[in-house]
Design a protein around this ligand. Structure first.
Ligand code: CA
Length: 222
C-alpha cells in the first residue's frame, strides 16, 4: 500500500516517512502542491497525509483531485488552526490530526482509515468467530442466525468494528451513535447499551471477550 505524504517540513516528513516505512507502507513524499498533484494523477495511492500550509499554496486545493480519484486523506494541521481542521472534515477529509502529534496516534489513525476503506469494499465483516456484519443489509448474524439489534445497537457495534484494535472513549462512541434526530444518548445510558449489545452477541458481561472494557479509557473490539 502506497501512502502519499505532502509535507514541506523536512524534519516532520522524514520522521513520518521512516515510521510509515517501518509499518510496511510504501511512502511517496512531496514537499509542495505541484509535485503532489503529479503524484495524485500518476500514482496508485491508498491514502494521503496532507499538511495544509505548503510553500506554493494551500493543501485544501488538493482535496478535489483526491476525492475525484477516491483517495482517502488525513489532514495535518497546526494546533492553533482548529478551524482549518474542521473545514477539512467538512470537505471530505477522513480525519485530522494536530501538530505536534504523537507518531503512535498518527499511525493508529492511518490504520483506521485504511481499515474503514477495506470494510467499505467488503460487504461482510467477521469480527469475532461466528459473528458477522452484513453491511449492505445492515444486519448482524451469529452462527448464521440474524440478531435482533436496534438501530442504535447496530451503529454502536459498527463503529467499534470499524475501529477494530483501537480504544474508543465513551465520548467518541456517543458522538458516533448520536442519531442526528435529536435523540441524544446520555453517558450513563451508554453502559446499558453496551451491556445489551454484549448479551445479544453472546458475550460474557462479567468477563467480556468481544467488546472489551479498557478501564478508565473506553471500549475496544479486537
Ligand atoms: Ca507546512
Amino acid at each position: 500500500m502506497k501512502i502519499l505524504l505532502v509535507e514541506d517540513d523536512a524534519l516532520i516528513a522524514s520522521g513520518l516517512e521512516y515510521a510509515l516505512t517501518q509499518e510496511g507502507y510504501a511512502v511517496m513524499h512531496c514537499g509542495d502542491l505541484l509535485s503532489a498533484r503529479d503524484a495524485i494523477r500518476g500514482e496508485s495511492l491508498s491514502l494521503a497525509i496532507l499538511d495544509l500550509g505548503l510553500p506554493d499554496g494551500d493543501g485544501f486545493s488538493l482535496f478535489d483531485a483526491l476525492r475525484e480519484r477516491g483517495i482517502p486523506f488525513i489532514v495535518l494541521t497546526a494546533l492553533d488552526d482548529e478551524a482549518s481542521a474542521v473545514r477539512g472534515l467538512e470537505t471530505g477529509a477522513e480525519d485530522y490530526i494536530t501538530k505536534p502529534f504523537r507518531l503512535r496516534e498518527l499511525l493508529a489513525r492511518v490504520k483506521a482509515v485504511l481499515r474503514r476503506r477495506q470494510g467499505a469494499a467488503t460487504p461482510v465483516i467477521e469480527f469475532s468467530p461466528g459473528l458477522c456484519i452484513h453491511l449492505r443489509q445492515a444486519k448482524v448474524f451469529r452462527h448464521n442466525q440474524e440478531l435482533a439489534l436496534t438501530a442504535l445497537e447496530y451503529r454502536l457495534l459498527l463503529v467499534l468494528v470499524e475501529h477494530r484494535g483501537q480504544v474508543l472513549s465513551r465520548s467518541q462512541l456517543l458522538d458516533h451513535i448520536w442519531d442526528g434526530a435529536g435523540n441524544f444518548v446520555e453517558d450513563n445510558t451508554l453502559t446499558v447499551y453496551i451491556r445489551r449489545l454484549r448479551e445479544k452477541l453472546g458475550d460474557d458481561s462479567q468477563n467480556p471477550e468481544i467488546i472489551k472494557t479498557v478501564r478508565g479509557m473506553g471500549y475496544r473490539i479486537d
